[in-house]
Ligand binder design. Structure first.
Ligand SMILES: [Zn+2]
Length: 52
């Protein structure tokens, strides 16, 4: 078995949908990358719900 070592997080994954952001338009907000504004808002909404 080949143990794959997890690559260090480069903060290049969308925090909303967790997709790696490469060719996609990067939406930079608050030091994090998102696919677009929609994902950013989704993440904000999600994080707010988790805080409850
Ligand atoms: Zn996204």
């Amino acid at each position: 078995m080949v143990a794959e070592t997890p690559a260090p997080e480069k903060k290049s994954n969308c925090l909303a949908c967790n997709k790696p952001i490469k060719k996609l338009k990067r939406y930079y907000r608050d030091g994090q990358f998102y696919c677009n504004k929609k994902c950013w808002r989704n993440y904000l909404k999600k994080s707010k719900e988790e805080k409850k």
